[in-house]
Design a protein around this ligand. Structure first.
Ligand code: C2E
Ligand code: CA
Ligand code: CA
Length: 743
């Protein structure tokens, strides 16, 4: 087989020609003698057989040749690159199928053209120079240029030009044409991507699957303050601000693992330590097996955006002149306050304030002066309020105040009064003018005067209207009764302050009697106030005011001092030993150091501690429960006796009282009042006595007014009593007289 394939095409063609000539020549060349004929015939036959064999071989060779031609045809014609043969002048002599496809032209048409005709105008020089060099030196030439398709479309090719042969008609060149459009497009894409990466305003960071930083762009360095060298190979943890907790990163990574993507806001830290907000997106990059190979993070610094948003938000919710919150923000806070207050059972007040005579200032000094005054008013209002309260400007000379977590509805009036006073002080404008204005205030309360922001605003407005109608410089609650009560209270407060200075207060003594002996064994010390204009003001009115304003500390300490010095005077005068019971208010117990002040007073007056008793209510003990035990123990160490006052009206749990070191339990007057008519009260009273005794407490019944009450309580084993049956609280002199009388 091998030798058959070795025939060259030319040899095969020659052989075939020779064989055909012999076969055709055969009839004419024949001699005619018989013997010769026979021999000749024989020879001819042999020859014919040889020829036929030769022919057979030839056919075989031809088949093989055709086969290899066919595969050569495939190789040549359908090669992935175009082949062209051109001559000296660039005319195309030969072209494979790929070349014709690339140029979009039939082979017939192509073979009439030069390659130069296909080269784009801008590449002509380049092409010419390379061809010239090839022709001159024979060195293969490679170049990239644009060719034009027959339809005018340009495309990128790589030309490899070789000298193929030198004939007497000149040189032949073989040109290999590779279409590199796609590669060029890819190159362009990569170049653009790289330019984009570097010039992007967003910071870009690429990490490997183990989140080691591989690449960062210029913006990354600008935004973070780190150079590329400082971060490459590091973990992005370097950028953490610590503002997000572990949970945040956990959700972030589970998002990335689940969906391949995460976007959100995050606070990171620059190299200089500054913490700033980023809008960050992280994408996971996977290979063809869906394994993560890289993470790409793109972020922008949104601090300016955030600032802008905050500024806009501030503008929308604040009054530009005074920078106070505006009506919009007030409504939002009011809504929120109503929600919180109703949930926590707290109260709140809305104060609507209108300046009196503001218009006069505006008219006489101009709008600039008016604006300046409003700014000063805003500042003065803000400085008067607690941090939790909201001052807003509703517009013009109208302001509103929201007081949250109000302990007493009347506190709103205290604030209103204080503000009215503060705003009535003179104002000094920068134009040198001194002006005076006033303010009127309308108050609505939650709960009570409305359940919605609108209702509260409306009712505060209605109250403001009333306040102004009433002569300005005034406040009014939405309900008249509250206004009255608060006015009285405020009046009382100022009277009480003066009473302390003018020493209008006195202490009285109400005898406490021992059931067993019928003897007066001591007294409860009670405050009395005689006011020159108002007359006698009962403790039930002024004690709560003193309690709320804190004046009770001063007053209570004064009562204690007064009682102890009086007690010592009696001792020195030879009056039989007495026990003096002084009331201790919750405020005194909570603020101030009660142990220290009692110690000092005892020392100062030399009154024996065993003769002093302090009365506390259950609610007093509950407000500072853990500390109460410590304070009571300290007082008891001094030798003082402790009584629980008004028992039955409060928490009333003996088990609860067990943990406090107490000596005496005072049954509240309300359980005594209906004895002996009410069976229930009788039962309660006797139960309290029984239980107190099991806790080793002595029992005192308060408010005993009748003999029936006295007898019943005595029967039940009650230890002491006080009440009008024996005597109301009396002056020190009267009290001594009572003791002497009962001796
Ligand atoms: P309290 O401690 O429960 O005092 C007993 C009150 O009942 C006294 O009223 C007393 O006058 C009154 N009372 C006593 N026996 C009878 C009676 O048989 N019938 C009637 N109807 N009332 C009787 P007062 O003096 O008006 O004091 C009222 C409250 O004021 C006291 O209640 C006490 O909580 C408070 N208070 C009085 N003085 C002081 C004080 O110096 N310090 C403190 N923190 N509170 C005081
Ligand atoms: Ca008392
Ligand atoms: Ca009492």
């Amino acid at each position: 087989m091998a030798d058959r394939q070795d025939f060259s095409a030319i040899e095969v063609a020659e052989l075939r020609k020779a064989a055909e000539q012999q076969l055709i020549a055969k009839p004419e060349a024949m001699p005619t003698t018989p013997s010769d004929d026979k021999k000749l015939l024989h020879e001819l036959q042999v020859h014919q057989i040889e020829l036929e064999m030769l022919y057979e071989n030839l056919r075989h060779a031809q088949d093989e040749l055709e086969k290899s031609w066919a595969s050569y045809f495939d190789l040549y014609e359908l090669a992935p690159v175009g082949y062209l043969t051109i001559n000296d002048s660039g005319s195309i002599l030969n072209a494979n199928l790929t070349a014709t496809t690339l140029l979009g032209i039939t082979r017939k048409a192509l073979l009439k053209k030069t390659l130069t005709e296909f080269v784009s105008a801008s590449d002509q020089d380049n092409y010419y120079l390379h061809r010239k060099k090839l022709a001159e030196t024979g060195e293969p030439q490679v170049l990239q240029l644009h060719l034009t398709k027959a339809d005018g479309a340009l495309f990128w090719v790589r030309l490899e030009m070789n000298r193929a042969a030198e004939t007497e008609n000149g040189q032949l060149f073989r040109v290999v044409v590779s279409d590199i459009s796609e590669q060029k497009a890819n190159d362009d894409y990569l170049r653009q991507a790289a330019a984009m990466f570097e010039s992007a305003r967003e910071g870009v960071m690429v990490t490997d699957a183990e989140t080691r930083i591989l690449v960062v762009n210029r913006a990354f360095c600008q935004l973070t303050g780190y150079s590329a060298d400082e971060v490459l190979g590091q973990s992005p943890q370097l950028l953490k601000s610590g503002r997000q907790d572990e949970g945040f990163y956990k959700t972030m990574w589970s998002d990335i693992n689940d969906t391949g993507y995460w976007q959100g806001e995050i606070w990171n830290r620059r190299k200089n330590g500054e913490v700033y907000p980023q809008l960050l997106s992280i994408s996971a990059v996977c290979n063809e097996y869906q394994q993560v190979t890289h993470y790409v993070s793109v972020f922008s610094d949104i601090s300016q955006l955030k600032n802008a948003v905050n500024r806009l938000d501030h503008l929308a919710h604040h009054d530009p002149l005074t920078n106070l919150p505006n009506r919009l923000l007030l409504c939002a806070r009011l809504g929120h306050c109503i929600e919180v207050s109703s949930r926590d059972r707290k109260s709140a007040a809305l104060l609507m304030l209108d300046l009196d005579r503001f218009k006069d200032v505006n008219d006489s000094f101009g709008h600039l002066a008016g604006d300046e005054l409003l700014q000063q008013v805003a500042a003065r209002l803000t400085s008067r309020l607690r941090g939790v309260d909201t001052v807003t400007r509703l517009g013009g000379d109208e302001f509103a105040l929201l007081l949250e977590d109000l302990s007493h509805p009347q506190d709103a009036a205290l604030v209103a009064n204080e503000i009215i006073e503060a705003l009535s002080d003179p104002w000094y404008l920068s134009n040198g003018a001194e002006v005076r204005i006033g303010a009127s205030i309308g108050i609505s309360l939650f709960p009570g005067h409305g359940q919605t922001s609108e209702e509260l605003l409306q009712h505060a407005d209605a109250a403001l209207y009333l306040a102004k109608a009433d002569g300005r410089g005034n406040y009014k609650y939405f309900s008249e009764a509250l206004t009255e009560a608060s006015k009285r209270r405020i009046n009382l407060e100022s009277l009480l302050r003066r009473a302390i200075i003018k020493q209008e207060l006195q202490v009285y003594y109400q005898p406490q009697v021992d059931f067993a002996s019928g003897a007066i064994i001591g007294a409860e010390v009670l405050l009395r106030w005689y006011q020159s204009d108002e007359g006698e003001i009962p403790p039930s009115q002024f004690i709560p005011v003193a309690e709320e304003t804190g004046l009770i500390c001063e007053i209570g300490e004064w009562a204690l001092l007064k009682a102890c010095s009086q007690g010592q005077v009696w001792i020195e005068a030879g009056v039989p030993p007495l026990r003096l019971a002084v009331n201790l208010s919750p405020h005194q117990f909570r603020h101030g150091d009660i142990v220290a002040s009692v110690t000092n007073i005892l020392k100062e007056t030399r009154f024996p501690a065993e003769c002093l008793e302090l009365e506390l209510t259950e609610s007093t003990l509950m407000t500072r429960e853990s500390e109460a035990v410590r304070i009571l123990s300290a007082l008891r160490m001094l030798g003082i006796r402790l009584a629980i006052d008004d028992f039955g009206t409060g928490y009333s749990s003996l088990a609860y009282l067990k943990r406090f070191p107490l000596d005496i339990l005072k049954i509240d007057k309300s359980f005594i009042d209906d004895i002996p008519q009410l069976e229930d009260d009788k039962e309660i009273a006797s139960a309290i006595i029984g239980m107190a005794h099991t806790l080793r407490l002595k029992v005192l019944a308060e408010g005993v007014e009748t003999e029936a009450q006295l007898n019943f309580l005595k029967e039940q084993g009650c230890d002491f009593y006080q009440g009008y049956y024996k005597s109301p609280a009396v002056s020190a002199d009267e009290f001594v007289a009572l003791i002497k009388a009962s001796l």
